[in-house]
Design a binder for this molecule. Structure first.
Ligand code: NAP
Length: 278
C-alpha cells in the first residue's frame, strides 16, 4: 500500500512522522508523496484540512486517516501512543476486529466562482467557505434554486459541510449535521436587519439536489476563505454552491462515531457521564 504523511510541523508531530516512516518501511508499506492511497495527517483538524487540499486532485483515489497530537480531533482519531497499532492495521489492512476497515465518505461543498476578470472556476471545501468584505459590511443577494431568496447585509456568510458543521458554523449558532447527510448549510455572520436588508436569521440546510447563488454587490473588496485558504477578490459576480459530486474518504480501523466526538469535544464527558481526568 502506498502512503504519504503530512504533519503540523511541531516537534511531536515531526518525531511521530519519522517513527511512522520507520515502522511502515519495516511492514512493507511504500512511501509515495505523489500518488498515495492513504494519507496520514499528524497534528490537528487543521492539519487534516491541509492534507485534504494537498491531495485534492486525487480525492477519488485517496483515503485519509489522522493521528491527533493535541486534543481529540474531529477528523483525527488516533493517539500518538497507538502509532504501532495503526501501522500494523494499515499493513494488514485489517480493523481492530480483524475485519476489513470501514470506509466512510463525507460530503463536500462545490463552489463555482464567476469572476469578471478570470471567468468561472470551481473549488471544493472540506469544512466550509466564508465570504466577507474587507472594507465594510458585505452586501449580497442570495438566490435559492435561481429565485431571489433574501438580501444579505452583515459581516459575512458561512457555508459549511456536515463535517464542518462542528467548526466555524458552530460558533455562528448553526446546527450540527451528521456527515451521512448529503447537505450544505448556510449560516449568517452578524447580519443587519432592516426594511432594505432582511434575512431569515436562522441557518438554512439545503439538500443535494438544490443549489444557491451568492451575488455580492459590485465594487466590494472581498475575502473568500476556503477552509484555511484565503483568496482576495474584487471582480466577483457570483458563487454558486451545492453539495459536490465527490466525497472525501476516511478509513476507519475502529469505530469513531460522530455524536461521541461531539459529546467529548463540546460537553466534555464520556458515555458514563463522567468528566475525563486528563
Ligand atoms: P485555526 O484558527 O488554527 O483553527 C481553528 C480551530 O478549528 C482549531 O481548533 C481546529 O482544530 C478547529 N477545527 C478545524 N476543523 C474542525 C472541525 N471540522 N470540527 C471542529 N473543529 C475544527 O485555523 P486552521 O487550523 O487553519 O483551520 C481553519 C478552520 O478554522 C476553518 O475551516 C474554520 O472552521 C475554523 N475557524 C473557526 C472560527 C470560529 O470558530 N470562530 C473562525 C475562523 C476559522 P485543531 O486544533 O484540531 O486543528
Amino acid at each position: 500500500m502506498k502512503y504519504a504523511v503530512l504533519n503540523r510541523g511541531d516537534e511531536l508531530s515531526v518525531s511521530l512522522t519519522e517513527t511512522f516512516h520507520r515502522l511502515a518501511e519495516a511492514r512493507g508499506l511504500v512511501r509515495d508523496d505523489e500518488e498515495p492511497e492513504i494519507v496520514l495527517s499528524i497534528g490537528g483538524d487543521g492539519t487534516m484540512l491541509q492534507a485534504f487540499h494537498r491531495y485534492i486532485n486525487r480525492i477519488d483515489h485517496t483515503a485519509f486517516v489522522g493521528i491527533h497530537t493535541g486534543h481529540l480531533g474531529f477528523y483525527a482519531d488516533w493517539k500518538p501512543d497507538e502509532i504501532e497499532l495503526l501501522v500494523h492495521m494499515m499493513a494488514e489492512n485489517r480493523s481492530k476486529d480483524q475485519i476489513n476497515p470501514r470506509i466512510v465518505r463525507y460530503p463536500l461543498i462545490e463552489l463555482e466562482l464567476d469572476r469578471e476578470d478570470t471567468g468561472k472556476k470551481t473549488y471544493i471545501a472540506l469544512n466550509e467557505f466564508t465570504l466577507k468584505c474587507t472594507d465594510n459590511t458585505l452586501v449580497a443577494q442570495i438566490d435559492i434554486n435561481d429565485e431571489l431568496f433574501e438580501m444579505f447585509r452583515g459581516d459575512g456568510i458561512c457555508v459549511s459541510t456536515p463535517s464542518g458543521s462542528t467548526a466555524y458554523n458552530k460558533s455562528l449558532g448553526g446546527a450540527m449535521v451528521h456527515p451521512s447527510i448529503p447537505a450544505i448549510q448556510l449560516a449568517e455572520i452578524a447580519s443587519i436587519n432592516n426594511r432594505v436588508y432582511r434575512t431569515l436569521g436562522s441557518s438554512l440546510i439545503l439538500p443535494k439536489h438544490h443549489h444557491f447563488d451568492i451575488r455580492p454587490r459590485q465594487g466590494q473588496n472581498l475575502l473568500l476563505s476556503i477552509d484555511h485558504i484565503n483568496i482576495r477578490l474584487s471582480h466577483l459576480r457570483s458563487i454558486r454552491c451545492r453539495v459536490a459530486d465527490q466525497r472525501v474518504t476516511f478509513v476507519r480501523y475502529r469505530p469513531f462515531p460522530f455524536w461521541k466526538r461531539v459529546r467529548e469535544a463540546f460537553l466534555g464527558y464520556d458515555e458514563n457521564g463522567c468528566y475525563p481526568t486528563n
